[in-house]
Ligand binder design. Sequence first.
Ligand code: SF4
Length: 310
Amino acid sequence: MKTIFGPINSRRFGSSLGIDLSPALKQCNFDCLYCELAPSATTDKQIEVIEVSTIINELKTHLNDKIDVITLTANGEPTLYPYLDELIDEINKIKNSTQTLILTNSATLVDDKTFSLLLKLDQVKLSLDAISSSIFKRIDRPHKDIDINKIVQKVEEFSHIYKGKLFIEILFVRGLNDTKEEISKLNEVLLKVKATRIDLGTIDRPPAYPVEGLSYKELYEASLQFDSSLPVHLASRVHAEPNNTFYSNEDILNTLDKRPLTIEDINLLFDEDSKKRLEELISKKTVVTKKIGSLEFYILHDNEKRKRLK
Ligand code: SF4
């Protein structure tokens, strides 16, 4: 069974070569409603385990590919892989300047060993879908004894120690974590987390259970409920329909002050006239661009320094 896949072009992380740490079956400590894999019973350990040498030998044959990141992922939760520490050390020996990234659901951060080994990666993506225990349990359907309060505490702690690029991902499910109350709780926690970028997503692929995602407009409206100092990014485009809205110059400045936008956001939100006036603001350097991870955002020149961007 092959563990390496790609490279694939990821908007959020660049050209990514994936390592699937559970290629044969889903092995996860969550059973999320929105999972693109089939529903399955949760587990807190892998039963089918691949040898580190098998992965490294396969990886070596791909290292000449043009890649920005080597992404540790799985059919399930990659931090359940029991030799992750050893694997990261072996990858670090051969990766040269290529970055390493892991996509994790954050639950195993409560384990000291996992917490420490994640510090060795160049980039970490932590999921955090909810703060309220009841909503967390309904969306992510965690393995027994997983406590969201402990996870939140560890996410915060990790963000202050970690030296690499930390991405937080929230995946919105209609009617569950998209309420004002839950977004306010997420906002409160995220104000204490030092993140490079906070990606807001929704259901883009057929989910494991019959749940619905938000439209692009609803996701954008949800993004406005987060504090404007947070590096929030709209990561989902699938339900995106152009809004073609007129923005006066003042609207443009207010919007970018509150929420930096990518060119894709602008193409979806602004009408043609507003885009032209944005270009004028860029040529006058009232609006500038700022790179966060692999994405470029339009931001006001005046608040370039004020934003909490790591
Ligand atoms: S954590 Fe990821 S793999 Fe596990 S159930 Fe949720 S979406 Fe699926």
